[in-house]
Structure formats: structure tokens, C-alpha cells
Design a protein around this ligand. Structure first.
Ligand code: ADP
Ligand code: MG
Length: 634
């Protein structure tokens, strides 16, 4: 007799369980997926002891007949696909037909189900894969699956279970993802009888999300994009609706890629990627291509090593994505990876473009282009700026050729002036910052009251208070100058009296060498001296020459990270953002009244609707109403 033999069914299931059922959270995921596929509008999850003792998922979906219920526990039994073609056109969350038998083989599982249109159904008890009892059951339409004593018969797996807290946090994360993906489904989630989530059905993704992650809606901007390539951007709001009742198929004839969701404003960020949720056809996935594209686009507005909060939904024709890559279905493979990357990049950039500084509290929010509904009417900064310009135009019309700046008395400034190192940053003085017909720019028209914290310039419009971060302002101005200069192909550089010698690590040195030509177009003249040594001969005029070594190191770092970015313009934007950090005035540096006046004029020449290098606000406004509120007058 041979030694090769077929494995018993139950052992096969237990082996499959090794892949599908890693921990209690995987059971929760599979059961909720089944409920969603069954069309449930309400899902109740009860957990005891982090899922070791009990996992129970109850839904009001279509339910199963006795026959189907018995079959569903058999290996490779599914109602979701029938032919090989179906496998390449999957619109349900499940399709492998192995979750229920796998879970049943490593736990004590009870399935009770009442099919639609019936008042009675079936209850099936299975212990460690062995059918114990099948009986009639009366109740409401839907299905309940109770999983007790997970891994009771696989001691090796039991040993790998972590603490209740750890397992519970995995379960919570699983439910969070599901709840984000399906806002229209009501989710109730309890642990040891205490409620964790009670999420009412919601038409709107943002209110569902904010309820769970404890962030305010106004901190997010809507992403709404459709097209087969970034060139065919179409922001029709019909495509942006995140409240798709049933995700999955994008619909026959729909655009190949549809991206919707929300991304946080630049000052709401996190040190890890944990709050980035990416869904492909309703399925939560970890996908490096999408994540990379997202981060690439966010880089222009977000500090390095920080990550946005994001809820991104990609609707891709099911035939363009392979979901059968991983037993737990947490990875997908795209047919056209490049197209996905480009589309996500374009979608996020498009969304972020509409951001600018919002008055008060240093928050950012959307203006222009895509406005989100959480924006309060009085937060429209651009309108307020136009109004202010109008006011000042009227009050200054009798003073042709500009007016003198109300410079505060010197006593408002600390003594012991530190000379400004980056004076060359402001070569322009007279006549700038004034629009047509001598109308003064908004910033130039401010009355400077003084500085606080050595960094913030305190100004008044007459009614409102305006605080300007001097360092952020300089950075922003330098960024814009570099960009403009590059656009005009006229690098303005300053030759160093004594060239600076910089040694770079091999890999970074190689990158710098590859980009000498590009760098010279920014006004940064670098020469390779041999080996790891480089000589810096000149720097862009818009930058100070404080820390050239640091500047070059940062640029090398940026080049190393630029890897995937294709266009030179994108690369330049990143380089400028890095370079701008090395611009003149630091927070804490003294500025004299003339320098402040020059700074304000320079701010007037900036287009605030474009991206800012680091996402920090340059200024904040506190209006009269807010001030009055602070004093209890309103
Ligand atoms: P798959 O989801 O991959 O089809 P499962 O083992 O998870 O495989 O489920 C097997 C079948 O049982 C499903 O195809 C479905 O028909 C049925 N089923 C499972 N859970 C439910 C549920 N909650 N409501 C209705 N039908 C269900
Ligand atoms: Mg399933």
C-alpha cells in the first residue's frame, strides 16, 4: 500500500483555517463580510473576552434555507461565484467558500438563519468541524453566527492568541474598516456587554468617520475624481458621493477608475500610516501603490514623516483587479498599476489644491473648487480678503501712490537687535504689494502692533486681529520665489565668497551628481570635486546662506525619496519646498519695522491658493465677533 493518501475533510478545513483564521479579528471580518454580502442593513457584533470566549455576528440580511445553511458549512460551498469567468469579475466580498467551514473546524460554531419570506429557519451546531445538532428554529429574518471557544481544538493556535486588549483592538480595527466602507449599514458592537460602537445608518461617509475617529468634519476635504487617466479629470459631484449604498461594481459603462472619499487638511496629521484607510471596490486593502501615490501628492502640503488621515475609495472595474491574491483578501493586484498610481496622485492633488488658510484657530479648510459642506459660511477666507481690500481701497483713495506704513514705536521691540541675516531676501521695497490703481494689498494695509513669542507678528485690520508666523511667511515667500524663478527660467543666484565644501554619503552623492544640471537651474551651483566631495559655488538668491551643508543634504534626501515621481516639475516643487526651509529668518530672529513692512508686501505678492511647502498656516485671523465672544459680549 502506498504512503500517499488524501487528507480527511476536517483536517483540510483546519489547514485552511490556518490561513483564513489568524485571530479572532479574522473571524469577525469573515462574518461581517458575509452579512454585507447578504444585503444586511444592520449588523450586531457581540464579543466576549477579546473574542476568545465568544464572537457573535447577527444580521438582518437575506438569511438561508435549511439546505443552503447546511451547504454553507461545507468546504468550497458558495453562492457567490459559479464559473471561472466569475472569478475575474467579483463584486462580492466573499467568493472562496471556505470561511464558514474553516471557522467551524477550529471552534464551536452555531449558525441560525431564517430566510427571507419565512418565519422559521434552521439552527446548526458544529463542534470542531463535527455536526452536533440540526433543528428547526423560529425568529426574525436574517442570520446569527456564534463562534465560541476559538482554537479550542488547536492548542498551538491557542497559544498564539494575545491578551484580551490586543485581540480586542484588532477586532475594533476590523469593525472600523467595515463601518467606514459601509456607512449606510447600522453597526452595533459590544464587548462583554458594554457598547463600543453604536453607529446609526448614515448617508454620509464623513459623519460616520468623524463619529468613530473623533475628528471634526471641517478638517477634511472631499476627494472626488473620475477618469481613466489623470488627464481626463472630471469632478462631477455625482461621482463623489461616498454614500454608495452598495459598493462593488462601478456600474457598466462607468469610467474605469473612480476615486472618492476624504483626506485631512495639512495640519491634521499623524506620525504613522494607521489612519489611512484605502478601499478597493468596498474592500479594505493595504496597497503600496495607492499609498505611495497618496503620500506623493500630500508631500507638497505635509511635513516630512507625517501622514494624513485618509478614507479613499477606489471603484475599479472588477475585471481590472485581482482580489484572489491572498486567502484573507487583504491584498489586491491591479492590471494597470501605473494608471492607478497616476489617478490617485491626480485625485489627491486636485483635492488639496483647493486648500488655503482659514481664519481663526489656524485651521485649514477647503475654499473654491471643491467645497465641503462642513464649511461655515463665514470661514470663506478669500471673500474676506476681497472685502478687506475693498475697505482699504476706499479709505486710502485720497492717498495716491500708497501711504506710509504705521510703524509702531521702537519701544514695542526688544532691545539688543540681532542683525537680520537674510536681508537680501527682500530686495524689493517701494511700490510692491500694491495692486492696480494704487490699491494696497491686504497684508500691507495691516497696522503692525508688535511681535509676541519672538516669532508672531501681531497686526490689526482695524476690526480684526491678524497673527503672522514670520518663519512660515518667509518660507512661503522663498518657495514662491524659487518657483517663479524656475518658471521664468532665470535662476537668480548668489556666488559664495568662499565656496563651501560638502562631503556626502555615497548614495546621496550619486544622486546629486545625477542632478547637477537640474540644481543649477534653481541657482544652486554644485561641482563634483572627486570622491564624496562636492563644492557649492552659489546658492539661490531667495535663500540665506546659513546652512548650505544642511541644504545640500536635504536636497539629496529629497532626490532619494523622489524615486517614483516622474515629472521634473513635481521634483522641482519638492526641492523648492525643501530649499525654502533653509530660507532666511527663523522663528525667534529679530525683525525691524522696515523688514516687517517688506515681509507684508511680499506676502501680498503670493498666491495663497497654491500649495504651501509645509502645510503650516502662515497667518491666522481673529475677527471682531470672536474677540467680542471672548469677552462675553456675544
Ligand atoms: P463565501 O463568503 O466565500 O461564499 P463562506 O464560507 O463565508 O464563503 O460562506 C458560504 C456561503 O454561505 C455564502 O456564499 C453564502 O451563500 C452563505 N452565507 C454565509 N453567511 C451568510 C449570512 N450571514 N447570510 C446569508 N448567507 C450567508
Ligand atoms: Mg464569506
Amino acid at each position: 500500500m502506498g504512503i500517499v493518501h488524501l487528507l480527511p475533510e476536517n483536517l483540510i478545513n483546519q489547514i485552511a483555517a490556518g490561513e483564513v483564521v489568524e485571530r479572532p479579528a479574522s473571524v469577525v471580518k469573515e462574518l461581517i463580510e458575509n452579512s454585507i454580502d447578504a444585503g444586511a442593513t444592520e449588523i450586531i457584533v457581540d464579543i466576549e473576552d477579546g473574542g476568545r470566549k465568544l464572537i457573535r455576528v447577527t444580521d438582518n440580511g437575506c438569511g438561508m434555507s435549511r439546505e443552503d445553511a447546511l451547504l454553507s458549512l461545507q468546504r468550497h460551498a458558495t453562492s457567490k461565484i459559479s464559473t471561472v469567468n466569475d472569478l475575474f469579475n467579483i463584486s462580492t466580498l466573499g467568493f472562496r467558500g471556505e470561511a464558514l467551514p474553516s471557522i467551524a473546524s477550529v471552534s464551536r460554531l452555531k449558525l441560525t438563519s431564517v430566510p427571507k419570506g419565512s418565519i422559521s429557519g434552521t439552527s446548526i451546531q458544529i463542534d470542531g468541524g463535527k455536526e452536533v445538532e440540526v433543528k428547526e428554529f423560529g425568529g426574525a429574518v436574517g442570520t446569527t453566527i456564534e463562534v465560541r471557544d476559538l482554537f479550542f481544538n488547536t492548542p498551538a493556535r491557542l497559544k498564539f492568541m494575545k491578551s484580551t486588549t490586543t485581540e480586542l483592538s484588532h477586532i475594533t480595527e476590523t469593525i472600523t474598516r467595515m463601518a467606514i466602507s459601509y456607512p449606510s449599514i447600522r453597526f452595533i458592537y459590544n464587548h462583554n456587554g458594554s457598547p463600543i460602537y453604536n453607529l446609526p445608518s448614515s448617508k454620509d461617509l464623513l459623519s460616520r468617520v468623524c463619529g468613530m475617529i473623533k475628528e471634526e468634519g471641517k478638517n477634511f476635504i472631499e476627494v472626488s475624481f473620475t477618469g481613466d487617466s489623470p488627464d481626463s479629470t472630471n469632478n462631477s459631484p455625482a461621482f463623489g458621493s461616498p454614500s454608495l449604498l452598495k459598493r462593488g461594481l462601478g456600474g457598466v459603462g462607468a469610467a474605469p477608475i473612480r476615486i472618492s472619499g476624504y483626506v485631512s487638511g495639512p495640519d491634521i496629521n499623524r506620525p504613522t500610516q494607521k489612519s489611512i484607510y484605502i478601499f478597493v471596490n468596498g474592500r479594505f486593502v493595504r496597497d503600496r501603490v495607492i499609498l505611495h501615490a497618496l503620500m506623493d501628492a500630500c508631500r507638497t502640503v505635509m511635513e516630512k514623516d507625517r501622514y494624513p488621515l485618509a478614507f479613499l475609495f477606489l471603484d475599479v472595474p472588477p475585471s481590472d483587479v485581482d482580489v484572489n491574491v491572498h486567502p484573507a483578501k487583504s491584498e489586491v493586484r491591479f492590471k494597470k498599476t501605473d494608471e492607478i498610481h497616476r489617478a490617485v496622485y491626480a485625485a489627491i492633488l486636485e483635492a488639496l489644491k483647493g486648500w488655503t488658510v482659514r481664519k481663526g484657530s489656524g485651521q485649514w479648510s477647503a475654499v473654491g473648487g471643491q467645497r465641503n459642506e462642513f464649511q461655515t459660511p463665514d470661514s470663506n477666507y478669500q471673500e474676506r480678503v476681497s472685502e478687506a481690500i475693498g475697505r482699504y481701497a476706499a479709505s486710502n483713495s485720497s492717498e495716491p501712490g500708497g501711504r506710509s506704513y504705521p510703524i509702531p514705536s521702537p519701544t514695542l521691540y526688544p532691545s539688543g537687535h540681532k542683525p537680520l541675516k537674510g536681508r537680501e531676501l527682500f530686495p524689493r521695497l517701494q511700490g510692491e504689494g500694491q495692486g492696480e490703481g494704487g490699491v494696497m494689498g491686504f497684508f500691507s494695509s495691516l497696522t503692525v502692533l508688535g511681535r509676541v513669542g519672538g516669532t508672531y507678528i501681531v497686526c490689526s485690520t482695524g476690526n480684526d486681529l491678524c497673527l503672522i508666523d514670520q518663519h512660515a511667511a518667509h518660507e512661503r515667500i522663498a518657495f514662491e520665489r524659487l518657483k517663479k524663478m524656475y518658471g521664468d527660467s532665470r535662476p537668480e543666484s548668489q556666488t559664495l565668497l568662499i565656496p563651501e565644501v560638502v562631503d556626502l554619503p555615497q548614495s546621496e552623492g550619486m544622486l546629486i551628481r545625477e542632478h547637477l544640471e537640474v540644481l543649477s537651474r534653481t541657482g544652486l551651483e554644485v561641482e563634483h570635486f572627486g570622491g564624496d566631495t562636492f563644492i557649492i559655488k552659489s546658492v539661490p538668491t531667495a535663500l540665506s546662506n546659513k546652512n548650505i551643508r544642511g541644504l545640500v543634504r536635504d536636497i539629496a534626501d529629497e532626490l532619494a525619496h523622489a524615486g517614483r515621481t516622474k515629472s521634473i516639475d513635481e521634483l522641482m516643487e519638492r526641492l523648492f519646498s525643501r530649499m525654502a526651509c533653509h530660507s532666511a529668518v527663523e522663528g525667534g530672529d529679530y525683525m525691524d519695522p522696515r523688514e516687517i513692512a517688506a515681509l507684508l508686501r511680499d506676502l501680498d505678492s503670493i498666491d495663497f491658493s497654491s500649495n504651501c511647502p509645509h502645510g503650516r498656516p502662515v497667518f491666522v485671523m481673529l475677527d471682531q465677533i470672536e474677540i467680542e465672544k471672548m469677552f462675553g459680549r456675544r
